[in-house]
Write a protein that binds this ligand. Structure first.
Ligand code: DQA
Length: 146
């Protein structure tokens, strides 16, 4: 069964509590529940992690080779700042899909740049919880291409 690593970046553990006007009421637990349910239907195995720590995310990405087929990542604020996460993805040799709950291009200018996008297979941005589900569908389609 194909294996997909889902990585939620910093502050996403506070979804449903944090800046509800921007991110809505959906909690991370609900997103993970929806992903797990869809993964079952699509017959893929998921491992899900959330971290506020850049190095921990870098380590997890570096550990994917031979263990995971695709990485589904919302790098959150690190999207806009982390050369380390970008380099980890480009060095891992495991395809990555970038997702965002909000449309980062419709927000503050500093969010318009993603350091991750150029090393990702693609990006889905702006659909709330659905961004993750669409990202999972895209991840599964990549496992079938191989
Ligand atoms: C986010 C967008 C980022 O700019 C922000 O720092 C986040 C969440 C999103 O999912 O919309 O924490 O990645």
């Amino acid at each position: 069964m194909p294996k997909i690593l889902v990585i939620h970046g910093p502050n996403l553990g506070l979804l449903g509590v944090r800046e509800k006007a921007i991110y809505g009421e959906t909690t991370l637990e609900e997103i993970n529940g929806a992903l797990t349910e869809r993964a079952k239907k699509l017959k893929v195995e998921l491992e899900i992690m959330q971290s506020n720590h850049e190095g921990e995310i870098v380590d997890a990405i570096g550990d994917t080779k031979g263990r995971f087929d695709v990485i589904l990542i919302n790098p959150a604020a690190y999207t806009h700042t982390s050369v380390a996460i970008r380099d980890a993805i480009s060095g891992a040799g495991v395809p990555a899909i970038e997702v965002h709950l909000t449309n980062i291009y419709a927000r503050e200018e500093f969010r318009h740049t993603s350091l991750v996008a150029p090393v990702a297979v693609g990006q889905i941005s702006g659909f709330g919880k659905l961004s993750y589900i669409l990202g999972l569908e895209a991840a599964v389609s990549l496992t079938k291409k191989k």
